[in-house]
Design a protein around this ligand. Structure first.
Ligand code: SF4
Ligand code: SF4
Length: 350
C-alpha cells in the first residue's frame, strides 16, 4: 500500500524548510493486517500472514495516544494493510479512533467496497479513502490482478455515492506511464477528488531495471502530469491532478519534504515500527516500548529526522524544502540515503 499524498501536509517544516518545534498534526500509517485479496507486482509486504490481534490494536492505540500527548499533536490514523477491510475489527477500530478525537483515513485496493460497506464507512466520517489505481483496465490488472480495475472502480462509485472524498494514487513505473491521461479521465468521470502519483520504489538491480523510471522518463512524465493538471483545473482553482510529491515542484508543483519519522510513523501488523513504510529501516516493536523511546533510540531514525540537506544539493533553489528528494526511491536504487535524488534533473544556474 502506498503512502498517500496527504501525508505531505504533515511535513514538519517551517518557512525555510528546516525542522521546527511541535507541529499540529501527526500521521500514523497503520498496517493493521498484512492479509490481502490481491497480489500486486510492487507490493511491499513479504509476510502476508501477520494480523494485529484485538488486544494489540488496543495497546498500540493507547501508546499512540500517549505519544500524541507528549508531542502535543492531533493524530490522523491511516488504516491500511494488506487490505485493511479484511481485518474483522476494522469498523470497531475506526470508531474508537474517532471516539478518541483523531481523524482517520483508509488506504485500500477498493475491491471489497460495496454500497453497504461505503455506507458504514460514511457514518464514521473518514477524512478520505485512498484507492490505488495503476492505470486503466488491463494496465492496472497486469499490476494488481485480473478484474481488479473493474472491482476497484465499483468501490470508488460506492464511496462517491456516499459522498466520501476519494483520492486515487498512481504508482508510476515503466509499464504504465502512458495510461495516466486515460486514468485521469476515468477519475474525473467517477467523481474522484484527487489523483496523485509518485514513483515506484524498487529494492534490487533487477526490479530497478524492470520497473523504475529513468531520469529522462521521469522528467517527461512530470511535464505530462503538469499539463494534465492544467487540463483538469476546476472553477475553484483546484485540480484533479495533484503535483505535490518529491521533485514535482520542478514543473510548478508544490515542494515536498521527505520527512521519515518526523511527523509520521508506520506500524506494521506485527508491531514493527518504521519511520517510513517505503524505507527498509525499523526501530523496534511497539510491544517493547513507547513510540518516542523507540524513535529516539535509533541512530538512523534520528539522522533521518534531522532532515539533512545532501552536499550536492547545496546550490539548489529548492534545497531547503526538497532536502535531496525521495529517500525511498534513491535508497532503493543506490543503497545511499543522504544524497541527491537519483532522478533529480535540477541544474543550478551558473
Ligand atoms: S522516504 Fe520520504 S519521499 Fe519516500 S515516502 Fe517516505 S517520506 Fe515520502
Ligand atoms: S538538487 Fe537536491 S534539493 Fe534540489 S531538487 Fe534536486 S534533489 Fe531536490
Amino acid at each position: 500500500m502506498q503512502m498517500p499524498e496527504e501525508e505531505r501536509n504533515s511535513s514538519n517544516t517551517n518557512g525555510d524548510g528546516g525542522p521546527q518545534g511541535a507541529p499540529g498534526r501527526h500521521v500514523l500509517q497503520w498496517h493493521i493486517t498484512h492479509r490481502c485479496n490481491l497480489f500486486c507486482a510492487h507490493c511491499y509486504q513479504d509476510d502476508r500472514a501477520a494480523h494485529t490481534s484485538a488486544e494489540a490494536l488496543r495497546e498500540t492505540l493507547d501508546k499512540y495516544c500517549r505519544f500524541l500527548a507528549k508531542i502535543n499533536c492531533r493524530g490522523h490514523v491511516y488504516l491500511t494493510g494488506g487490505e485493511p477491510l479484511l481485518h474483522p475489527a476494522f469498523f470497531e477500530l475506526a470508531e474508537e479512533i474517532t471516539r478518541r478525537g483523531m481523524a482517520f483515513s483508509v488506504l485500500t485496493n477498493g475491491t471489497l467496497i460495496d454500497l453497504k460497506t461505503a455506507n458504514r464507512l460514511a457514518l464514521l466520517h473518514p477524512a478520505f479513502v485512498q484507492v490505488s489505481l495503476d492505470g486503466v483496465g488491463e494496465v492496472h490488472d497486469r499490476v494488481r490482478g485480473l478484474y481488479s480495475f473493474e472491482r476497484a472502480l465499483k468501490g470508488i462509485d460506492a464511496l462517491t455515492v456516499m459522498r466520501i472524498p476519494v483520492m486515487v494514487s498512481f504508482t508510476a513505473q515503466k509499464s504504465n506511464l502512458n495510461s495516466f491521461p486515460a486514468l485521469a479521465k476515468v477519475c474525473e468521470q467517477h467523481g474522484v477528488k484527487k489523483l496523485w502519483w509518485d514513483r515506484v520504489v524498487t529494492d534490487t538491480p533487477q526490479t530497478t531495471e524492470k520497473l523504475a523510471l529513468s531520469t529522462r522518463q521521469f522528467r517527461r512524465f512530470v511535464k505530462k502530469a503538469a499539463r494534465l493538471r492544467e487540463r483538469y483545473k476546476r472553477a475553484d482553482g483546484s485540480s484533479l491532478i495533484s503535483m505535490e510529491r518529491s521533485l514535482q515542484c520542478m514543473d510548478g508543483g508544490g515542494c515536498y519534504t521527505c520527512h521519515p519519522g518526523v511527523n509520521m510513523v508506520t506500524i506494521l501488523a506485527d508491531g514493527t515500527v518504521m519511520p517510513c513504510r517505503r524505507l527498509p529501516f525499523t526501530v523496534g516493536n511497539i510491544r517493547d516500548g513507547e513510540l518516542d523511546e523507540l524513535l529516539s533510540a535509533d541512530p538512523t531514525a534520528q539522522k533521518l529526522m534531522q532532515l539533512p540537506i545532501p552536499e550536492e544539493c547545496a546550490d539548489c533553489r529548492y534545497a531547503k524544502t526538497c532536502r535531496g528528494g525521495a529517500k525511498c526511491v534513491t535508497y532503493g536504487q543506490t543503497g545511499r540515503l543522504f544524497v541527491k535524488d537519483v532522478n533529480c534533473f535540477y541544474k543550478a544556474k551558473k
